[in-house]
Design a protein around this ligand. Structure first.
Ligand code: NDP
Length: 291
C-alpha cells in the first residue's frame, strides 16, 4: 500500500482563501479589520523567522499585524505592561507571544496575562482548562493541534471510536491534540519518554499523531497497516547534497511509513502551513466576536 499524501500546503492555501473571503465580508459589514499583535522577545533567528511568516500571512488575507520586537533583557513588569496595552487596544483581536521567551521571564504569568478573548494561541490556563474538561468549550484552541484535527477532518478521516495514539505530551502540541481527540470520542493513548514497549503501543493506532522532536524516530514496522499518520516534528538533519547543508525531516521515517499507512503528512509541507492557517482562523474568530 502506498499512502495518500495529505498536503498541508494545499489545504492551508484553501483555508487562507476561505479566510480572506470572510475578512472581506467582515470589513464590508462592520468596518472591522482583524488585527494580530505579535510579541517577540530577544533575537532568536528561528523565532524571528516564524514571526515574519505570521505577519506576511496576515497581510495576504487582509488582516492587520502589529509587531512588538522587544529586547532580550526586558523586565517581567515591562512585558506585562505591553500585554495589558494590547489587551486594551480595540484594533488588536489576537495576541501572540512567540515562545520560547528568555529564561528570566515567568512564562506562566505572561501567558495568563493575555486577555481570554484575545488568546489566539489558546495557551491561557482557562482555555487549556476548558479544553481538558468534558462539555466545556475553550474560546480558542492551540493552532498546531487544531491544524492536526483539521487535516483529519478535511481528509475525511473518522475520529469517533478510533484508537488514537499521540506520541509526545508537551503543553504546546501533544497534550492539547490529545484532548481534542478525546473531545471527538477517540479512544486515546498518550506516549512519552517513559512509555515502555513504545513501538508496540504505537502499532495499536488507527490514528497516530507524532510530536516528539526526534528525526525519523517512528519506523515503518511501528505502524499498523492502514493507519493515518500526522507528523508534527520538524528536525533539521545534515545533508551536504543540499545548498544549505541540511534538510528538514519529521519525527516519522516518511519513506518507510508511507508504504504501510493509508495516509500521511509530509515534512515539510504538512502540519507547518496548517499551524499558520489556524492562527489566521483564530484571529478572525476573535475579530468576529469583538464588538
Ligand atoms: P517538546 O520537546 O516540548 O516535547 C516532546 C515530547 O516528546 C515530550 O512529551 C517527550 O516526553 C516526548 N519524547 C521525547 N523523546 C522521546 C522518546 N525517545 N520516546 C518517547 N517520547 C519522547 O516538543 P514539542 O511538542 O514542542 O515539539 C515536538 C516537535 O514538533 C518538534 O520537532 C517541534 O519542532 C515540532 N513542532 C512543529 C510545529 C509545526 O507547526 N509544524 C509546531 C510546534 C512544534 P517527556 O514529556 O516524557 O519528556
Amino acid at each position: 500500500m502506498t499512502a495518500k499524501i495529505i498536503s498541508g500546503t494545499e489545504m492551508a492555501a484553501t483555508i487562507r482563501a476561505e479566510i480572506k473571503a470572510e475578512v472581506e465580508i467582515l470589513k464590508a459589514n462592520t468596518g472591522r479589520m482583524p488585527g494580530l499583535a505579535t510579541v517577540l522577545v530577544g533575537g532568536r533567528k528561528d523565532s524571528q523567522s516564524y514571526v515574519r511568516m505570521k505577519k506576511k500571512a496576515c497581510a495576504e488575507v487582509g488582516m492587520a499585524s502589529f509587531g512588538h520586537d522587544l529586547p532580550e533583557n526586558i523586565s517581567q513588569e515591562e512585558l506585562l505592561r505591553i500585554i495589558q496595552d494590547l489587551n486594551e487596544n480595540p484594533e488588536v483581536h489576537g495576541i501572540l507571544v512567540q515562545l520560547p521567551i528568555p529564561a528570566h521571564l515567568n512564562e506562566e504569568e505572561i501567558l495568563a496575562a493575555v486577555g481570554l478573548e484575545k488568546d489566539i494561541d489558546g495557551f491561557h490556563p482557562i482555555n487549556i482548562g476548558r479544553l481538558s474538561m468534558k462539555r466545556r468549550e475553550p474560546l480558542f484552541v492551540p493552532c498546531t493541534p487544531k491544524g492536526c484535527i483539521e487535516m483529519l477532518d478535511r481528509t475525511g478521516v473518522q475520529i469517533e471510536g478510533k484508537r488514537a495514539v499521540v506520541l509526545g505530551r508537551s503543553n504546546i502540541v501533544g497534550l492539547p491534540v490529545a484532548m481534542l481527540l478525546l473531545h471527538r470520542n477517540a479512544t486515546l493513548t498518550i506516549c512519552h519518554s517513559r512509555t515502555q514497549n513504545l513501538p508496540q503501543v504505537v502499532r495499536e493506532a488507527d490514528i497516530l499523531i507524532v510530536a516528539v522532536g526526534r528525526a525519523e524516530m517512528v519506523r515503518g514496522d511501528w505502524v499498523k497497516p492502514g493507519a493515518v499518520v500526522i507528523d508534527v516534528g520538524t528536525n533539521a538533519v545534515d545533508d551536504p547534497t543540499t545548498e544549505k547543508g541540511y534538510r528538514w525531516v519529521g519525527d516519522v521515517a516518511f519513506n518507510e511509513v508511507k508504504e504501510i499507512a493509508s495516509a500521511i503528512t509530509p515534512v515539510p509541507g504538512g502540519v507547518g502551513p496548517m499551524t499558520i492557517a489556524m492562527l489566521l482562523r483564530n484571529t478572525l474568530d476573535g475579530a468576529k466576536r469583538s464588538s
